[in-house]
Design a protein around this ligand. Structure first.
Ligand code: FAD
Length: 383
């Protein structure tokens, strides 16, 4: 069946069914606008399904990014029950394995971002979070803000809910090949379609050389490549919140903005230079089936490298063993992911035309901030 032809118009056509595109579609529908989403693949297989599904608030850069993450958390909490998406974790434990890390957490807890967080002694951890390796630690910070969904399935569920309950029309397996003030041109195996649109959102993820290139090339964005693992415990193991540790305190801007992180960085440079060179910091989250998603590493490049390195995986797993009470497990999945890096801020919103917005999260914070970011875009975009 040929699908060539011109379709009735939409108020908004969104290109890209990753979390940024879906968040944009939802925000447009909340404003009563008619919306279509175009996705080149049969389903999103980009960064949005490869991450931890972890909406991280504590640790985000002070200011816009932290506020967007907090707002996104609220929006996720509102949407998840409506969309039938289980929230599989609440909160975050940041384990301080070194005295210098504890000093970063103490300093953080005195900032306004730390107000609702708690510093816990090893004895308190043993009671409240027995899955952490408290005995080797200086203590931990508990943040109540975070939540986690299983992104591998949640992104598809979110698209299904937007289509089924919110009236968003989806064009999966259709590539947007042209945009103009009158709409978006799509191609698929069945032919070509022109979607008339008042406004267009481009949320291309890592596809920096496609339609978005003329609008993003000035920012010289690159990509970072991440290695991720799923491990299955062979022993009884239950983790109620996400876990991070010392390496996160020299990576996340909410901590590196504090002078106290410098002493920790010097110590880590001396003790685990290979992990720092691989851009490793530890996040461990648990899924409903008991398996754990563990990561990650960061290697920046101008282009995608299809190959992961076992040595990097082994380093990530070693850091996991130092942070949680899990010794008997098997690795059941490994995958790579990419996201854009290098912009002037954590996210870019380019408005080259009154009818067009190009949105690129350039900091690996899209899972945490997309809803808040999309809400800002539509709040500021008068029709
Ligand atoms: C391994 C990993 C771990 C991460 N961990 C975290 C984390 O802990 N916390 C956090 O907040 N963030 C994290 N991130 C970052 C987060 O996943 C991204 O910021 C976010 O998913 C980006 O969403 P997106 O919609 O912009 O891109 P994507 O998910 O890549 O989606 C873009 C979509 O656009 C489609 N597309 C592009 N061009 C076209 C076209 N011309 N026509 C049709 N469709 C098109 C693509 O096919 C793709 O499906 C992580 C990322 C990775 C890879």
């Amino acid at each position: 069946m040929r699908t060539s032809g011109r379709r009735d118009g939409y108020d908004v056509v969104v290109v890209g069914a990753g979390i940024v595109g879906l968040a944009s579609a939802w925000m447009a529908r909340r404003r009563g606008l008619s919306v279509a989403v175009v996705e080149r693949d049969p389903r999103c297989t980009g960064a949005s399904i490869r991450n931890f599904g972890f909406v991280t608030v504590t640790g985000q850069r002070a200011g816009k990014t932290w506020s967007r993450a907090l707002r996104s958390r609220d929006l996720w909490a509102e949407l998840a029950p409506q969309a039938g998406i289980p929230v599989v974790h609440q909160g975050l434990w940041v384990l301080a394995q070194r005295q210098a890390a504890w000093e970063v957490l103490e300093a953080f807890s005195k900032t306004s971002m730390g107000e609702d967080c708690e510093l816990c002694s090893p004895a308190q951890i043993a009671t409240r979070a027995p899955f952490l390796r408290a005995r080797d630690s200086q203590g931990a910070l508990y943040s109540p803000h975070e939540l986690r969904v299983e992104s591998r399935v949640a992104i598809g569920q979110l698209a299904g809910w937007l289509a089924g309950s919110c009236g968003v029309e989806f064009f999966f397996d259709h590539e947007a090949v042209g945009i103009s003030a009158s709409g978006v041109e799509l191609t698929a195996s069945g032919g070509q379609i022109d979607l008339a649109a008042e406004r267009v959102v481009l949320a291309p993820g890592t596809h920096l050389n496609g339609l978005a290139k003329p609008f993003l090339s000035a920012y010289s964005l690159g990509l970072t490549q991440l290695q991720m693992l799923r491990v299955r415990p062979r022993q009884s193991y239950r983790q109620t919140s996400a876990v991070m540790s010392d390496l996160s305190l020299v990576r996340y801007a909410g901590y590196t903005g504090l002078a106290e992180h410098r002493r920790l960085l010097s110590q880590l440079e001396a003790e685990c230079p290979a992990s720092l060179a691989d851009g490793i910091h530890l996040i461990v989250v648990q899924s409903q089936d008991g398996s754990l998603v563990v990561g990650d590493s960061h290697h920046n490049s101008r282009q995608v490298d299809p190959f992961g390195q076992d040595a990097v995986d082994q380093r990530i797993l070693a850091h996991m063993s130092e942070a949680i009470e899990l010794s008997d497990y098997e690795v059941v999945d490994r995958w790579l992911g990419w996201y854009p890096v290098g912009g002037p801020d954590d996210a870019l919103v380019v408005a080259p035309e009154p009818w067009l917005r190009v949105i690129s999260v350039t900091s690996g914070t899209g899972a945490s901030t997309a809803f808040g970011l999309a809400e800002e875009v539509f709040d500021q975009w008068s029709s």
